[in-house]
Structure formats: C-alpha cells, structure tokens
Design a protein around this ligand. Structure first.
Ligand SMILES: [Fe+2]
Length: 339
C-alpha cells in the first residue's frame, strides 16, 4: 500500500470535523463538577450510566459512559455530506477492516444520525456521522461560549511509540495534512510532536513521541483534549474555578509556539489532561508551509503541582509500555509516513 494515494479521486480534507468525544469513567460526580462547575460546560444527565456535556447547540460534545477505563474510548467525526461519508467508509472497508453501523441507541446517545464505527490507533474507536442533532433546550452554562463550527470542537493529543503509523492512518482515512512539528525536551526526554489537520483548524490530532526510545510515558490513550473558548475571559475564569474547586492543574496559562493558542491544562477526574485554549491561528491552505518549532511554549505553561509520586507513575507507565506493543491499524496506516 502506498500512502497517500495520489490517484485517489476524492479528497475529504476540509469536510471532516472533530464532533464529539466518548469517555469511559466511574467518576460521574467528579466529572460533573469538573465539566460543568469548573470548565463551565452545559451538563445533561442521561440516567445513572450516561451523561453529556454541550459546548453549543449540538446535543452532545462529550458523552460519558460508566465503565472502568478512565479514558477516552472513541472520537466522533462530523462529515459534511453523504458522499464524503461513503468515501471514508469505502477506504475503511478497502483496508479489510470491519466498519460497523452504530445502533439506534448509540446514535441517540451521541445525538447524531448515520453513525459508523471502526478501529483506530491506540484502541480508540473512530466514528463518523453526517448529521448532528441540535438540542431544543437553550444552553445553561457558566462559560460564555466555545468555538466549534468548521474547525470542529477542538483537538486531541496522543502519545505514541508509532507516530508515523498514526500519521499514515489519519492521512489514509481523512486526508489529514501535516501542519508542523515541535521539538521539546521534558524531564530529559526529547519529544517530537506532529500536528495534523483535517480542516482549517491548526490541528485536530497531535501525536507526541519520545525520540529514540519506544516508550510511552502516558497511561491513558489520550494525553489531553482541547476545547476552544470564544472569549479570553473564560480561559482566565475557568482557570480560577479549576483551582477553587480543588481540581489539579497540569500546566499554568501560557502560549504555544506553533498555533499561538493561549491556554492552560487542567487534570481531569480520569487522569488525562484538559486544555482550555483561546485564539489559535487558522490555516490558509494557499500559503501554509510546515516548519519545526523549538519548544511547546512562547511563555508560561509551567508544570504545576508536579509531585514525585506523579513522576514515578510516569516512569512506571513508560516501563510498562516497553513490554506491550502499541495497538495500530496496519490496514489503514500502511508503512507509515516518515517525516
Ligand atoms: Fe493542545
């Protein structure tokens, strides 16, 4: 398999938008406080085993289901039209993978129509849908608003020992493009981060790898999720609420080198991080050229409350990752895309 296929008739670039995230957790009470009271999103309870958060008029941006994973288990991608949906479905099936239509119950929980589910890197199920349902009920949330629309609802960052395969996967499935790289040294480890876009948003997926060491320091499948506040005030005020309500802070407020987003990183009740950002650049396809930035931040983003226990847990996770092979989807990743 050669990737990407230059003879491919149809590109779906620009027609795919991160639409929702599915999280499995037992910590519903903490997540409700975190999502609604600290971050400031709209909360809806769906019985005792499910709850959702909204960012805008769509019924579901985060679906939390009860279970032991304490992790992100699926990503939902909104696809603009049925032809693009069928193109993506054809690519998945051409790879010999099982693509399973979502049940009525699954589609209803996610607030979408025409749902298809298939395997993704690191065991994160990938889901596509054509039509999000909008809520009848007006938004009740502490935050003033979030940026979604054509850019999608934010981004997802993964750590990986197989970054070129993840790049191959998203290129094959969604025609993802490389936006840029960041080289960074954290606690003596040299990291290379690849930023992939599927629309005008600078990146919808970021993939961090430790250079020269096939180890993954992060227990969870995602390192962080990002949502974009429409107003700078909401970044500052939610930062304050995260502190006041006793949730952990991972990185203080700072500004990124590549997308220029001003943001902070809180620690979710499930352990992965949650970035609230503001004002990232939008990519102009006519002029954009990938480059490499040194360091993740222009200023700020200082580690906060890093304890020796946390560091030891990271080393333990990295050691464990050496022993288990990362789950990839070779049928759709091909040989991977080298840098
Ligand atoms: Fe981020």
């Amino acid at each position: 398999m050669t990737l990407p296929d230059p003879a491919r008739a149809r590109s779906v670039f620009g027609a795919v938008h991160l639409g929702y995230v599915v999280i499995e957790t037992e910590r519903f009470t903490d997540w409700r406080r975190f999502g609604a009271d600290a971050i400031g999103m709209h909360h809806d309870a769906l019985g005792s085993d499910r709850m959702r958060f909204r960012l805008d008029d769509q019924e579901c941006r985060f679906l939390l289901r009860r279970g032991p994973a304490e992790d992100v288990v699926a990503l939902g991608w909104h696809v603009d039209d049925h032809a693009d949906f069928e193109e993506i479905e054809a690519r998945v099936r051409a790879g010999g993978l099982r693509a399973v239509p979502g049940t009525e119950q699954q589609a209803a929980a996610r607030g979408v129509e025409r749902l298809l589910r298939f395997p993704g890197p690191k065991g994160i199920t990938q889901e596509i849908y054509t039509t999000p349902k909008t809520a009848d009920e007006p938004l009740r949330m502490v935050a003033r608003g979030f940026v979604t629309g054509a850019s999608g609802m934010g981004h997802v960052a993964l750590t990986s020992t197989r970054p070129t395969q993840i790049r191959g996967y998203f290129s094959t499935v969604f025609d993802a493009r490389l936006t840029d790289f960041i080289d960074e040294t954290i606690s003596g480890a040299k990291l290379k981060i690849r930023f992939l876009r599927v629309n005008e948003r600078h990146h919808s997926v970021a993939v961090a790898a430790v250079r020269g060491l096939p180890a993954d320091p992060i227990r969870t499948r995602v390192q962080h999720l990002n949502i974009q506040a429409a107003h700078l005030d909401d970044v500052a005020q939610s930062y304050q609420r995260v502190h006041e309500l006793g949730f952990g802070m991972a990185l203080t407020i700072g500004q990124h080198t590549n997308d220029r987003e001003l943001s902070y990183y809180a620690r979710t009740p499930s352990g992965f991080e949650w970035e609230v950002g503001w004002n990232p650049i939008v990519i102009d396809e006519a002029t954009w050229e990938p480059s490499t930035h040194q360091g993740i931040s222009v200023w700020g983003h200082r580690p906060h409350g890093q304890t020796i226990i946390g560091k030891l847990a990271q080393f333990r996770a990295a050691a464990a990752s050496l022993a288990r092979r990362e789950r990839t989807v070779p049928q759709l990743s091909g040989p991977g895309i080298p840098d």
